[in-house]
Design a protein around this ligand. Structure first.
Ligand code: ATP
Length: 308
């Protein structure tokens, strides 16, 4: 039986109030299974980071539920629960240069969470934990007294990974962890994340704007457009049988390595105006086992005819 670690139910996240209210995420529905890599993909400003931040409690939610192991974690929760979640859910950020304290040594950066949660017995134990983590992410333990600027971009991201994983989290939210890195080191960091996942039994929520990046690391993918999750499916299913017109449009933009095919390829243009939701309202529908699409009744019939 797969255990659902996170469940997002009819989630809405808004900023501001009254006529200034901006709804960044609406009617979001998905779940993340324990041990899997679940990716949230969509263009800039679609609400990916907003959802990630809501899961770790940094963004308030305006409707719906976020469940962690079946327990509601949005809205009012006890201080103890909140502390427990801060340890169990760790985040890795896009830009390691901006997210690491430039004036702190690597030793200090990696130890900070251990300090805050008193996760070591004595000084020797703390040092061992930090050294082990450095080695685990492929950095030299001798470099603990160095500062972030003395490392390359890829190495700085490894420090960010070490800082998150030293806490022994259950869920890691990786927000565009490779997009600020040189193309040459992106694969190394992805491979490292995959290897650590296997070793430590981690669950990943991976946030990215590029479908081709997440294809090789994700078990399942959710596609988000302007705050609405439009499709969720297993990775290969999504690539082979995309249904929602926005997913089809994103996939049509993925470059094909063959120059002839690349030149012949047709871009699918997507516009929200192609949906008529004035009367027949949309909802998340499981169109086939494990494959969910945001559509109304008329679209569902059409999609079934066209794609099933
Ligand atoms: P990117 O890939 O650029 O990080 P994203 O998909 O992660 O984009 P979000 O950062 O989640 O997008 O932003 C979604 C929308 O919510 C954007 O329109 C953004 O301007 C808005 N938004 C995010 N945080 C706030 C905030 N604190 N106050 C007001 N609006 C916000």
């Amino acid at each position: 039986m797969t255990e659902k670690l996170v469940e997002i139910k009819d989630l809405e996240i808004s900023f501001g109030e009254g006529h200034k209210k901006f709804v960044a995420v609406k009617n979001a529905n998905f779940f993340i299974n324990k041990g899997e890599t679940f990716s949230l993909v969509g263009e800039s400003g679609s609400g990916k980071t907003t959802i990630g931040r809501a899961i770790i409690g940094l963004n308030d939610t305006s409707a719906g539920d976020i469940l962690y192991k079946g327990e509601k974690i949005n809205g009012k929760i006890s201080r103890e629960k909140s502390r427990e979640l801060i340890r169990k859910i760790q985040m890795i950020f896009q830009d390691p240069a901006a997210s690491l304290n430039e004036r702190a040594t690597v030793d200090y950066i990696i130890s900070e969470g251990l300090h805050n949660f008193k996760l070591y017995e004595n000084e020797e134990d703390r040092q061992n934990k930090v050294r082990e983590m450095m080695t685990e992410v492929g950095l030299l333990a001798e470099h603990l007294t160095r500062f972030p600027h003395e490392f390359s971009g890829g190495q700085r991201q490894r420090i960010g990974i070490a800082r998150a994983l030293v806490m022994h989290p259950e869920l890691v939210i990786a927000d565009e962890p490779i997009s600020a890195l040189d193309v040459s080191v992106r694969a190394q960091v992805l491979n490292l994340l995959k290897q650590l996942q296997k070793e430590l039994g981690l669950t990943y929520l991976f946030i990215a704007h590029d479908l081709s990046v997440v294809r090789f690391i994700s078990d399942r993918i959710a596609v988000i457009h302007k705050g609405i999750i439009v499709e969720v499916a297993e990775t290969e299913e999504l690539f082979k049988h995309p249904i929602h017109p926005y997913t089809r449009s994103l996939l049509s933009a993925v470059p094909i390595p063959d120059p002839i095919l690349e030149r012949q390829k047709k871009l699918v243009v997507y516009s929200q105006d192609q949906h008529d939701y004035s009367v027949d309202k949309p909802e998340m529908v499981e169109i086939k086992p494990g494959h969910y699409v945001w559509c109304n009744k008329a679209e569902l019939e059409q999609y079934k005819k066209d794609y099933l």
